[in-house]
Design a protein around this ligand. Structure first.
Ligand SMILES: *Cc1c(COP(=O)(O)O)cnc(C)c1O
Length: 294
């Protein structure tokens, strides 16, 4: 069902040509019809590990619009796992499009109040969930763990052209960690934070250290969060609509739209020297467009 390697397509745009910058997009949004994007890469080895452990029940965490919840539900249905989604906050009916899909794919929802949700990685919370649901294979929020990083490294192995910058959007930092690991010190990796604040740099440092990765050829731009996670502004939506119309590449407003806006803005400002070659990773997330009327 997966379509690998995903294509790398050139973006033809006078705005880029004017500044002597070459931009390509690796279409990870096309890697799987349902699980799609970086979430497929992050789940792949986790699903294999769950099978190996003889677990047929997956439990994971996310917000009500989470691409990871959507992907895990789809993966459960495609590969024969029961899935439990621990959803932050209370139930809202009717279900939004993300949760409606997940429910239809067979996911059971456990709504968790925000205070408890913040402690979701603590032993006491996991123990309560195990008491309630029996044993399960636990996948952290956003799918980020060592096996996710291993899955994301494979994005790099599929790229057979040279480039100066590799760009990606950042949520929990798992994907950029995998890309950094896969690149082994080559090129520059530039991540665009979808969240407000500067804490992601430290978080990625922590992840890299935890997994024994020590390359330093990366940085995080925090200028294009548009107010924070899942926050949008008209300028962002307009950019996404124009980009789709001109390039026939759909973007999502939570992650890939903010990254691409950031890349274009940095190109305009002369951040990239003439002759720079950029590959942007389209990490998927297109299911989330419905929630923004796109
Ligand atoms: C989850 C997600 C991200 C963030 O990935 P992390 O590994 O959590 O940093 C980026 N883009 C899309 C489309 C996503 O769904």
């Amino acid at each position: 069902m997966e379509t690998l390697p995903t294509p790398i397509i050139p973006i033809q745009d006078p705005k880029l040509a004017e500044k002597g910058v070459e931009l390509m997009v690796k279409r990870e949004d096309l890697n799987h019809p349902v699980i799609s994007g970086n979430k497929w890469r992050k789940l792949k080895y986790n699903l294999a590990e769950a099978k190996k452990q003889g677990q047929n029940r997956l439990l994971t965490f996310g917000g009500a619009y989470s691409n990871h919840i959507y992907a895990t539900a789809g993966a459960g249905q495609a590969f024969g796992f029961e899935t439990i989604g621990v959803i932050r906050g209370e139930e809202h009916l009717p279900l939004n499009p993300t949760l409606a899909f997940a429910s239809k794919a067979g996911m059971y929802f456990h709504y968790m109040d925000r205070a408890t949700y913040r402690k979701k990685s603590e032993e006491s919370v996991i123990k309560l969930l195990k008491q309630q649901y029996g044993d399960f294979y636990l996948i952290p929020e956003g799918g980020t763990n060592a096996l996710a990083i291993q899955g994301c490294e494979e994005i790099i192995e599929e790229i057979d052209t040279d480039y100066d910058y590799l760009c990606c959007p950042i949520g929990t930092g798992g994907t950029i960690s995998g890309l950094i690991s896969g690149l082994k010190g080559r090129s520059e990796i530039l991540g665009f934070s979808s969240l407000k604040g500067d804490f992601l740099h430290e978080e990625v440092v922590r992840l890299l250290k935890q997994y024994g990765i020590h390359y330093t050829n990366w940085s995080i731009n925090t200028d294009y969060h548009f107010g924070g996670y899942a926050r949008i502004k008209p300028a962002l939506l307009n950019f996404i609509k124009d980009f789709e119309q001109n390039q026939q590449v759909p973007l999502d407003p939570v992650y890939t739209g903010k990254m691409m806006f950031g890349i274009y803005d940095l190109v305009q400002s002369g951040f990239f020297p003439k002759g720079t070659k950029i590959i942007a990773i389209h990490t998927g997330g297109l299911q989330g467009r419905a929630g923004f009327g796109l």
